[in-house]
Every structure is written in structure tokens, then in C-alpha cells.
Design a protein around this ligand. Structure first.
Ligand SMILES: [Zn+2]
Length: 471
């Protein structure tokens, strides 16, 4: 078990949140940050403090509330940004300032209008300033994969000398190919003085569908941090998907013998919570967390699955936290079983809140015998709505779930229970007998595919167009 450890740097709350339709308010970011903590990520990039007051407050709030992981704040390479990031990170147990500056000629010429010499100087100065405030400093040469390699080496060497402890190599525009990206990491390791003292990081975008492949190629060539997001959300086609990176390493240790400190059984709930908060549904065929990721429809596949799941299954649904539908909830189920299922569906309740959910659950179970996930989600929704509309005494729950956030994505078991094709149910249901899936006339799962789901109301980046570029 002496496999090299890869740091999982989650940027769902920064790069992910910058993508259209994915903005989150401070309460929502806090809720997701707590889930990322449970999931076990090493670094949470909580925001871009100078971009807006909302971003500042989110970084500040997460720094105060989430104590185990490193909390990173993004800053452009200038004093004002770095100072603002540091201010937001004041309360963090493990703060990190993440400085970025574009280095490709096309960005220098058309966006920043500076020369390579000025770029080098600015990067060095900003890192030096950040280092005077914070021991943990990351630097990202934006658009690194389209930067002249010799110049990139020069910049990386300069920021290491100035005190950077992590050097991130962003494929900002999703242009790189796996061998090419791996080669770039190898070149940096061969040519840059001092590189062995710092952590090399990957940050890949998915414009050609290669973000995960590129990240893994980087890891194979010596990168020891991967920047990624839940459900792969992010600018344009998104970032490398956290769940895919983690499970690729877990399912194929023969090829990727690296360790990540992520509790994979929390992946599904993390995905569900993000989809619920942003109201951006997970694509059905999304690897690991999509509704169909563990569904076996073809007859020959079902036959194989029933004989031995290994025929078609490279990992179990349980290993990524997909609820086990064989565990049927009924009126004899205890509070603990109910709390566990709620958690698997992405809802953690305080005792008082759970009491209310449990009270309604018992009434319902008495009436319909078997409570499916779809029923439970409906019930949770009612409790949440009830609390949210009670303006006299706003509960902590109403803060966690603002009134607008009533669209709940349903897990596959709920869809099956609601009368969809029973063949679409996942293996656990197949082996439990297809008859189980035709059960109750549950509520229609209209929100799984996002049909009619309202767009988020406010985008706090709306008037901050300049900040929409990152790394
Ligand atoms: Zn990015």
C-alpha cells in the first residue's frame, strides 16, 4: 500500500460555478463544501474573492466552517487580488492562495497586452507577494498547453524560486491530447530547476472530451495533484470529472497505481446534491453518477448480470454510493435506516428535521407499505417547502434549501418505481426481481432530465464579465 498519493483539488465551487447556469449562493456553496469535506477531497477551491462580494463571503464562510481540507482562493497576478484572497482566507485552518496569469502568446498579445518579459515579472512579483502572506501558494500559467514550452519552463522556474509550492498546468481551452499533455509534464520535470520541491498539478478542460484522459496522463508523468469538479461541471464543456478520476484509479490500480483520499461511497450523493443545488441535471449516461451508469437493459446483459455481476460490471453501484434498492423502507424501518437512505439521496438532516421527516414517513408507510425513493424525495421536498414557507420561524433547513430549490433530481430507482421501463432498473433491482419495480404509482419524475426546471435566478458574476476567464 505504498502507492503515491494524488491530491484531489476540487474546483466545483470556483471553475464549476463559473459555468453557465451553475452559479450558487453562499448558503448553497456552504452546503456543498460540507459535502466535499465528507467526500474527503484534499483541497476545496472555494471561490474567486475579488470577483464579487458573494464569492468573498463564500470563501470566508467556508474557511470558517470547513476545517479539515485546504481552502483555496483564486487571485489574478496582482496585489489587489492577492490581498483580497488572503483577506477572505483569514479564518481558514489551512489556507492557500492560488495565483494565475496567462502565459501563451495569444493571451499575452490580445488579452493582457503585455510582453513575455512583463508576464514573467508579474508572475514572480505576485507569487512573492502571496508568499509573504501565506505559506501555501499555487501558481497557474493560464493556457499553459498553448504556451511556448521554453517560456513556460522559464515562468515555472521563476515562480518556484519566488515561493510557489504547487505549480498547476492548465489546459485552459481543452486543446491537448493525452500523450502531448503527459509529455509536457515530463518536460517540465526534466528542464525546470527546483521542480522536484513542488507539487505539479493538472487542470484539464473537456472541450474534446479528453479532460480525464489528459489528467491521468499527467499523473502518469509525475503530476501529484488533479484539479477536477463534481459531475465534470465547468467552463464550456467542463472540467475533468472528479468521480471519473477517482474511480479510474480505484478500478485500474494495475495501470494507475495511485491513491486518492476520497471516500468513493459518497460520490453519488455529492453528484445528487450538486444537481439539486444548481438544478443542472446529470446526463443519463454520465460515467459513475449518471442514471444509466449501472443500468443493464439488453436481455443478454441482464442474463449475464443475474448469473454473475462480474460479467458486465467493473465496479458495484454500492462502491460509488448508489442506494441499494434491495433495502426496502417500510413502516418497520427505524429512524436510522431512514436517515441513511436520506443521506444516500443527498440529504443530511439535523435531529429535529429528521423527526419531522420520520413522522411523515411513518404515516405514509402505513398507507402504502413500501416506500420507494421517489416517495421519500417527495416527502423530503414537502418538509423542506413547509419549513421554507414558514416565515415566522425560518429554520436552518430553509437556509439550506432556499424556496426556489424545489426541483429534486430523482435517482434511477425512483424513476423505475414511478413506472418507467422496469428493464432500466439497476442490477440490484434486476436481481431482486423485476416485479418489484412495477410497484406503486409514485410521483412523476419530471425533474430527472431537467424538463421545465427554472434557470437560477441571480448570477452574481453577471456584471463581472472580466472575471469569467480563469484557468
Ligand atoms: Zn479551468
Amino acid at each position: 500500500m505504498d502507492r503515491p498519493r494524488v491530491t484531489i483539488f476540487d474546483t466545483t465551487l470556483r471553475d464549476g460555478e463559473q459555468s453557465p447556469g451553475c452559479s450558487m449562493n453562499v448558503q448553497e456553496k456552504l452546503r456543498l463544501a460540507h459535502q466535499l469535506d465528507r467526500l474527503g477531497v484534499d483541497v476545496i477551491e472555494a471561490g474567486f474573492p475579488i470577483a464579487s462580494d458573494g464569492d468573498f463571503e463564500a470563501v470566508q464562510g467556508i474557511s470558517a466552517a470547513v476545517r479539515r481540507p485546504i481552502i483555496a482562493g483564486l487571485a489574478r497576478a496582482c496585489t489587489g487580488d492577492v490581498d483580497r484572497a488572503w483577506q477572505a482566507l483569514q479564518g481558514a485552518a489551512h489556507p492557500r492562495i492560488h495565483v494565475f496569469l496567462a502565459t501563451s502568446d495569444i493571451h499575452l498579445k490580445y488579452k493582457l497586452r503585455i510582453t513575455r518579459e512583463q508576464c514573467l515579472e508579474q508572475a514572480r512579483d505576485a507569487v512573492r507577494h502571496a508568499k509573504s502572506l501565506c505559506a501555501d501558494v499555487e501558481f497557474s500559467p493560464e493556457d499553459a498547453t498553448r504556451t511556448d514550452v521554453a517560456f513556460l519552463c522559464q515562468v515555472v522556474e521563476a515562480v518556484i524560486a519566488a515561493g510557489a509550492t504547487t505549480v498547476n498546468i492548465p489546459d485552459t481551452v481543452g486543446y491537448s491530447m493525452p500523450e502531448e499533455y503527459g509529455q509536457l509534464i515530463r518536460t517540465l520535470r526534466e528542464k525546470v530547476a527546483g521542480i522536484d520541491k513542488v507539487t505539479i498539478s493538472t487542470h484539464c478542460h473537456n472541450d474534446l472530451g479528453l479532460a480525464v484522459a489528459n489528467s491521468l496522463a499527467g499523473v502518469q508523468q509525475g503530476a501529484r495533484q488533479v484539479e477536477c469538479t463534481i459531475n465534470g461541471i465547468g467552463e464550456r464543456a467542463g472540467n475533468a470529472a472528479l468521480e471519473e478520476i477517482v474511480m479510474a484509479m480505484r478500478v485500474r490500480p494495475d495501470r494507475y497505481a495511485y491513491e486518492a483520499g476520497v471516500a468513493s461511497e459518497h460520490l453519488f450523493a455529492s453528484s445528487q446534491i450538486l444537481a439539486e443545488i444548481t438544478r443542472v441535471p446529470v446526463q443519463p449516461n454520465k460515467a459513475i453518477t449518471g442514471r444509466n451508469a449501472f443500468a443493464h437493459e439488453a436481455g443478454i446483459h441482464q442474463d449475464g448480470m443475474l448469473k454473475n455481476p462480474l460479467t458486465y460490471e467493473i465496479m458495484t453501484p454500492q462502491s460509488v454510493g448508489v442506494p441499494d434498492s434491495r433495502l426496502v423502507l417500510g413502516k418497520h424501518s427505524g429512524r436510522h435506516a431512514l436517515a441513511l437512505r436520506c443521506e444516500q439521496l443527498g440529504h443530511q438532516f439535523e435531529r429535529r428535521e429528521l423527526d419531522e421527516v420520520y413522522r411523515r414517513f411513518v404515516v405514509l408507510a402505513d398507507r402504502i407499505k413500501k416506500v420507494q425513493d421517489s416517495h421519500l424525495l417527495e416527502l423530503i421536498q414537502d418538509v423542506v417547502k413547509g419549513n421554507a414557507s414558514n416565515s415566522d420561524a425560518p429554520s436552518s433547513e430553509s437556509k439550506k434549501f432556499p424556496p426556489a430549490a424545489v426541483a429534486l433530481p430523482l435517482p434511477r430507482s425512483a424513476v423505475a418505481a414511478a413506472g418507467a421501463n422496469a428493464n432500466e432498473s439497476h442490477p440490484a433491482q434486476v436481481s431482486a426481481g423485476a416485479g418489484q419495480a412495477q410497484a406503486q404509482p409514485g410521483p412523476a419524475p419530471t425533474n430527472w432530465f431537467g424538463g421545465g426546471v427554472p434557470a437560477p435566478i441571480a448570477d452574481h458574476h453577471g456584471d463581472q464579465e472580466d472575471y469569467l476567464w480563469g484557468v
